[in-house]
Structures are given as C-alpha cells and as structure tokens.
Ligand binder design. Structure first.
Ligand code: NAD
Ligand code: IPM
Ligand code: MN
Length: 368
C-alpha cells in the first residue's frame, strides 16, 4: 500500500532544502524501495501571501490525513508586520497542537568528520550522541491567558502562562524512558522546580513514573540553567534529556552547536500511538528556521532536512534499514570532506545545497 507524505516546504531556505529531500523520495519510489504518494501544501508566509492565513483549512485536512508530514521552515522579515495570529510561526504551532504532536525528538549527533566544526574543542564533542525529548503541545507556548493588555495608566502588561497537567508530563516522561531503554538507559529530567510550580509538578510526576514503571532506567534531575551550562561544559555526560516546551526549544539550539551547525539537526514530532492500528501522527522538520540571511543563495545545508526524512523512515514507516543507510550516506559524504559553508572550517572549500543533496543521494544509492 502506498504511504501519503505531505510536504510543507514553507519559507526562506525551506523550499531549497525540501528539493533535496524530494529527489531522495523520487529515487526511492523509482527504485522500488518505497511507494510514497506525495502532495504539497503551503505553510507560513507562503500560505499568508496566498490565503492571508498561516495554513489553509484544506492543507490542515491534508496534514491530518497524511501518514507523515515533512516540514521545511517558516518565517522571515517579510511577515514581521502580519497580525500575531496569522504570523508564519502560527501555522507550525497549529499543526503541532491540532495533530497533538506532543513528543519532539531532537537528536544531536556529532559526526566524527565534524568534530572540528563545533565551536567547542574536539575532545568535548567527538562521539557525542544525545537526544532531547521536548514536550511540544503544552507549557508557555499554549497556556492561557496569553495576551497584552493596556492598563489604565497607559502602560502595557504582557502575559504568557506556563501550565502543565499530570497526564501531559506522564506521557512525555514515558516517551523519554522508552527511548532511553534503546540507548544508554539514562534520562535527565530538566525543569526549574526551585522557582516554578510547573517545575515542582514536573519533577514529582517524572519521579513517580520512573519509580512505578521504569525503575531500571537511571534518572537524574537537573535544573534547566545548570543543564544549559553542562551541555556546553561536558555534553557527553548526557543520554536522553526530557524537558518542557520552552526549555526544550532553547536547549536544542544550544545542542545544535555541539554538532557543528544548526543546519545538522533533524527532528521528529510524534503523536500518541493509535491503540488499534499502531500508527501515529507525525511531522518531521529540521530544528533550524528559514535562515533569511542565506535564502536564495543556494548555500543552505540540507542535512538537517535529509536527516528528518531518515527519522520519518524510522518512526513512521518502520524502514529501519533505509533510515540507517540514509544516515550512513550523510556520514560518508562528511567523511569524504564535503562541506556546506556552515560546517566548513576557515579556508576549507565549500559546496552548495544542490551538490550536498546530490552527494548524499549518490552515497545512499550506492548502499543498496
Ligand atoms: P534560523 O534557524 O533561521 O537561523 C539562525 C542562523 O543559522 C542563521 O545565521 C542561519 O543562516 C543559520 N542556519 C540555519 N539553518 C541553516 C542551514 N540549514 N544551513 C546553513 N545555515 C543555517 O533562526 P532565526 O534567524 O532566529 O529565525 C529566522 C526565522 O525562522 C524567524 O522567523 C523564526 O521564527 C523562524 N524559525 C522557524 C523555525 C521553523 O520553521 N521550525 C525554527 C526556528 C526559527
Ligand atoms: C523550533 C522553532 C519554533 C519553536 C518556532 C518557529 C515556533 O523555534 O521549532 O524550534 O519555537 O518551537
Ligand atoms: Mn527553536
């Protein structure tokens, strides 16, 4: 049976990196490795320009019906003055919320060939393999009230609300513990229970889920500010880090630089498993944004986007061998010395988006 892939390239470098993933999907179809039926929609500024909304109802329906969504990036200075509820980022937030994609997996792997591309010393990052599990449908992003009100004296008051409930914390904790069992069996739970009530509940619930269901997994509680510091000081002490929506956003950008570049980090946003079918809603996207500073120059690194396709093969389609081969193709191309600008050392020769994409595809093809 064919599988429905819904592509949302978005804005900025989104369409440039998505083109490289499309070429891989086309080849997998033509080589008989997969039967992907692809459709494409508009999201972010691209959707706003066409329909004055950040995603149309029609595209939301297609996203709901897809087996997996591949998402490029949204946003950019062109839409700075767009009303808040229609800004490009709102389309992405709606997809996450309406599809209940609560579990955001953000792996940060430092490929051996890139150990010198990180701003940290080689020995600090070489061999790094950590996984940030970010809660994606709760917390400050979605809590209400969320508003700016004008006070009687003319001053303004802005409010965002950090809110978590027991079931929200339980389900993300289970995802983290389950994933840890397939790795080095160690979960770090990161919050700020010293100043936030939501942190108190977070720690309490994670502690209970651990004791009742995952006592064989090692659990370490770590305050989020210390976690940020430790990520830079000694990142290899970590295995799985489970954290809330906002801390997870920030910690994952920091983790990106351990790998050499934000252009390297893929992600998977997963919903709950359907008890009957075993399938789950899922969206795959690079961790980075639309990179307005390099848009249209053909220099964006497509690896985070290609790595997101590899995660889709693994988590949505059970194509573990193909996912491993695609990731190995990325590693091979890097080992061969190919570099986009963001991962090149000073003075090193660089290639553009298309050459990098083509080289990964070629290495992937050669592995069958
Ligand atoms: P950004 O991630 O777009 O860019 C940060 C820096 O990293 C830039 O210098 C950029 O050139 C570089 N970079 C990012 N991806 C790269 C790649 N693949 N190859 C090479 N270099 C790369 O973050 P920003 O500049 O803070 O945000 C720009 C816009 O993107 C904003 O509108 C923001 O809201 C949006 N954004 C969207 C997403 C998303 O769609 N998931 C994520 C983050 C930011
Ligand atoms: C990310 C992005 C998004 C977030 C924005 C674009 C809404 O920064 O996916 O990391 O803050 O979650
Ligand atoms: Mn982010």
């Amino acid at each position: 049976m064919s599988k429905k892939l819904f592509l949302l390239p978005g804005d900025g470098i989104g369409p440039e990196i998505m083109a490289e993933v499309k070429a891989i999907i086309d080849w997998m179809n033509s080589a008989g490795l997969a039967k992907f039926e692809t459709d494409e929609g508009l999201v972010g500024g691209a959707a706003y320009d066409a329909h004055q909304v950040s995603i149309s109802e029609g595209d939301m329906e297609k996203a709901m019906a897809a087996d997996a969504i591949l998402f490029g990036a949204v946003g950019g200075p062109k839409w700075d003055k767009v009303p808040y509820e229609h800004r490009p980022e709102a389309g992405l937030l709606r997809l996450r919320k309406d599809l209940d994609l609560f579990a955001n997996l953000r792996p940060a792997i430092c490929y051996p060939a890139l150990a010198d591309a990180s701003s940290l010393k080689r020995e600090v990052v070489e061999g790094l393999d950590i996984l940030i599990v970010r809660e994606l449908t709760g917390g400050t992003y979605f809590g209400t009230p969320k508003e700016i009100v004008t006070l009687e004296n003319g001053d303004k008051r802005a409010v965002d609300t950090q809110v978590y409930t027991t079931p929200e914390i339980e389900r993300i904790a289970r995802v983290a513990f389950e994933l840890a069992k397939t790795r080095r069996n160690h979960v770090f739970s990161s919050e700020k229970h010293n100043v936030m009530r939501s942190g108190v509940l977070w720690k309490e619930v994670v502690t209970r889920v651990h004791a009742e269901e995952y006592a064989d997994v090692q659990l370490t509680h770590i305050l989020a500010d210390n976690c940020a510091m430790q990520l830079v000081r000694n990142p290899k002490q970590f295995d799985v880090i489970v954290t809330d929506n906002l801390f997870g956003d920030i910690l994952s950008d920091a983790a990106a630089m351990l790998t050499g570049s934000l252009g390297m980090l893929p992600s998977a946003s997963l919903g709950a498993e359907d008890a009957k079918t075993g399938s789950r809603k899922a969206l795959y996207e690079p961790v980075h944004g639309s990179a307005p500073d390099i848009t249209g120059k053909g220099v964006a690194n497509p690896i985070a986007m290609i790595g997101s396709l590899a995660m889709a093969l693994r988590y949505s389609f059970g194509m573990i061998e193909e996912a491993n081969k695609l990731e190995a193709a990325i590693a091979k191309v890097l080992a061969d010395g190919l570099r986009t600008g963001d991962i090149a050392a000073k003075g090193e020769a660089t290639v553009g988006t298309k050459d990098m994409g083509a080289a990964v595809l070629k290495a992937f093809q050669a592995s069958f």
